[in-house]
Design a binder for this molecule. Structure first.
Ligand code: HEM
Length: 166
């Protein structure tokens, strides 16, 4: 049992760090630096990084949610009946994780794909004012959503790390 818990916790925490770390790096370091370098650099780099990053984030979300669910069951499977604070904190972390997955794959990824398509259609010529405006609008929405994701990541880590002390 102990060995199973070590494996589950290692996978859960390891992929959780990877998931949250990727998000923080992309939002707080990569995106602002690329924006400062201009669309000629930002477009191709984002186009190359995004598909890989999306696949890695899907894998991380899946492993974190699956291992988290098993841990939850093995540690205190009937917490809802007993209404423990530990259980509520983990449940809050689970709900926030699911909301983050919806924002990531339901909103940020489609916007990124639309931006890449628009970027590809204006390759080799200056964008029209309408295209530039649409691109800026989508980039602004992506920035806002990724900042929301950073805030949600902090909330998840607080729920997970704090649960056992509640
Ligand atoms: C980005 C998402 C997540 C991150 C970064 C994360 C991170 C962590 C960390 C660092 C711990 C260790 C806490 C400790 O030992 O005190 C932990 C424990 C745990 N997590 Fe998560 N987690 C995430 C999502 C989830 C989800 C979705 C679930 C439920 C389905 C979950 C269920 C659990 C459980 C049951 C524990 C064990 C707590 C204990 O040992 O008292 N986690 N998580």
């Amino acid at each position: 049992m102990d060995a199973i818990m070590v494996v589950l916790r290692s996978l859960h925490i390891g992929f959780g760090i990877f998931l949250v770390g990727n998000g923080l790096f992309a939002t707080l370091i990569l995106e602002p630096r690329l924006r400062a370098l201009g669309p000629a650099v930002q477009g191709p780099v984002m186009g190359s990084v995004m598909p890989v990053m999306t696949r890695i984030q899907v894998l991380c979300f899946t492993i974190v949610i699956a291992t988290g669910g098993i841990l939850m069951y093995l540690l205190r499977g009937n917490f809802l009946q007993r209404g423990s604070n530990w259980g509520w904190a983990i449940l809050a972390g689970l709900v926030i994780t699911l909301v983050s997955a919806v924002i990531s794959f339901g909103m940020v990824t489609p916007l990124g794909i639309r931006m890449m398509k628009l970027g590809a259609s204006i390759k080799g010529r200056p964008p029209t004012p309408d295209e530039a405006q649409r691109m800026a609008g989508m980039a602004g929405r992506v920035r806002t959503l990724t900042r929301v994701l950073v805030a949600l990541s902090v909330a998840i880590v607080v729920c997970m790390a704090g649960a056992r002390y509640l």
